[in-house]
Design a protein around this ligand. Structure first.
Ligand code: GDP
Ligand code: ZN
Length: 460
């Protein structure tokens, strides 16, 4: 795809940084920058070889120096957008940066929309949709592990895997279509039976990939961790202790945490999204009731639940009921306030919790927090999350397309079992191929593409 206009934007984060970069991309990028840039060498960029750096000054229309710059010249097609790209490294702070951008625009470039550079890279075939999403994930990465997952995806791990599966499908489709077009070619063999095994094997691989969706999402968005328990057991205190800041309001009036407080916690590179919920309690108070319903909701959505118990007082009926509700869930029981005289011990608690893990802490004295972090990390380790080894599905859009591909292949199996003609089989195989293609963004609708790129920030 060839665009006629040349776009420009500040591509570094706003603020008073040491340097800022203005990125210009398009047919006239080199010509436009040549109009405002005077190289110390007196040569124009047009004459210069690609992928070179040039020192000089940006001048305004009166010939006055706006900034001293380094210009990076990258001619098509080996660039991010596959167009001519010129990057101007300014170092004068935000004001000259804006002024340089204005000069570039005055000379014929257009201010880029959000995500427009990435969009051009995508539409020019430089990257696929999974990689576009990876760029977004890199910008938003919560921790080192989230970042490395996104980088893997940008490097094309998922894309390559999908391509491989599409190639396997094409082989099968080709064999079927030959048998449709030339029935005499293979007439005495029940052909469908032949590739039934191949299709099942492929479908198993797709299902394995689908199984990475949960962990992929956790790595991207954080392991959803609901902190639950009766009012006043110390949920907000624990959240604050873990975060080492006063994010949640701590009081000793039962039921103060009226809403869910969310915060990210980084445990050895894994992101956890902590949710402090209102005390689980039947109540007549409307405001608190909403909070209680939310906390039930957040338990339902959580990947792991931290249930807090106050070790300095007896268990009550609601607590015991909640412990029963949490049977079979991923839960860590946290016995808090161990600085006070114990009424409840781990031994007593074990009668209710079975072999689910229990950790003793004092949120107030910040005791036992390392053990708790370790228990949370074990949850990840036990899930067998391995980073960087394989392709992972990392968002809902990719997951839905994969599920549809699997459904199509499941249907192929049924169709073969029912002895349906081969052209019926071929239709479902083509469907599966298309759904796989959607993961990497082949033939996606314009609206979806536009929606996606508006989520980017300017200059990317
Ligand atoms: P929440 O309602 O479960 O969120 O409980 P809060 O975090 O608001 O704490 C309720 C009260 O218990 C506050 O007065 C806290 O200071 C106190 N508290 C919390 N953790 C501890 C602890 O480890 N030891 C002691 N002694 N008090 C605590
Ligand atoms: Zn609270």
């Amino acid at each position: 795809m060839i665009y006629n206009d040349t776009i420009a934007a500040i591509s570094t984060a706003p603020g008073v940084g040491g340097i800022g970069i203005i990125r210009v991309s398009g047919l006239d990028a080199v010509e436009i920058v040549d109009k405002v840039f005077k190289a110390a060498s007196k040569k124009t960029l047009k004459e210069a070889p690609s992928h070179t750096i040039h020192y000089g000054h940006i001048l305004n229309k009166d010939g006055r120096v706006i900034d001293e710059v380094l210009v990076m010249l990258m001619k098509a097609p080996k660039t991010f957008t596959r167009e001519d790209v010129v990057e101007i490294n300014c170092h004068g702070g935000p004001v000259p940066l804006e002024a340089v951008l204005m000069e570039v625009i005055r000379n014929g470039a257009r201010l880029a929309d959000s995500g427009e550079f990435t969009k051009r890279a995508f539409l020019n075939g430089r990257i696929d949709l999974a990689q576009v999403e990876a760029i977004m994930d890199i910008i938003e990465a919560k921790t080192e592990v989230s970042l490395s997952q996104a980088v893997n995806q940008l490097e094309g791990k998922l894309s390559k895997q999908i391509k491989e599966y599409q190639d396997m499908l094409i082989q099968i489709i080709a064999r079927i279509e030959v048998s449709i077009d030339y029935p005499e070619y293979d007439e005495d063999e029940p052909l469908a039976e032949d590739f039934k095994d191949d299709i099942r094997a492929l479908n198993d691989k797709l299902k394995q990939l689908l199984a990475t969706a949960d962990t992929g999402k956790m790595i991207r968005e954080g392991v959803k961790t609901a902190i639950v328990g009766q009012p006043n057991v110390g949920k907000s205190s624990l959240l604050n202790a873990l975060l080492e800041e006063n994010k949640a309001i701590v009081t000793d009036i039962p039921g103060t945490t009226r809403d869910i407080v969310e915060a990210y916690l980084n445990i050895e590179g894994m992101p956890f999204l902590l949710l402090d919920t209102a005390g689980i309690r039947e109540t007549e108070d409307i405001v608190e009731k909403i909070g209680v319903e939310r906390s039930k909701e957040s338990i339902a959505q959580a990947d792991v639940v931290l249930m807090l118990i106050d070790s300095s007082r007896e268990l009550d009926q609601e607590e015991i009921a909640l412990m029963n509700e949490l049977k079979g869930r991923q839960v860590i029981f946290v016995l808090n306030k161990t600085d006070l005289t114990p009424v409840i011990t781990q031994e007593i608690l074990k009668a209710y919790t079975g072999d689910q893990p229990i950790v003793s802490i004092s949120a107030m004295k910040q005791d036992g927090l390392n053990e708790l972090r370790q228990a949370m990390k074990n949850f990840i380790v036990n899930k067998g999350i391995s980073i960087g080894q394989e392709a992972t599905i990392s968002n809902q859009r990719q997951k839905q397309s994969l599920v549809k591909a699997i459904e199509s292949l499941d249907k192929v199996g049924d169709t073969i079992d029912m002895g349906m003609p081969e052209d019926c089989i071929a239709i479902d195989l083509h469907d599966a191929y298309g759904h796989l293609g959607n993961i990497v963004g082949e033939a996606l609708k314009d609206e979806i593409i536009n929606e996606l790129f508006t989520r980017f920030c300017l200059g990317k």
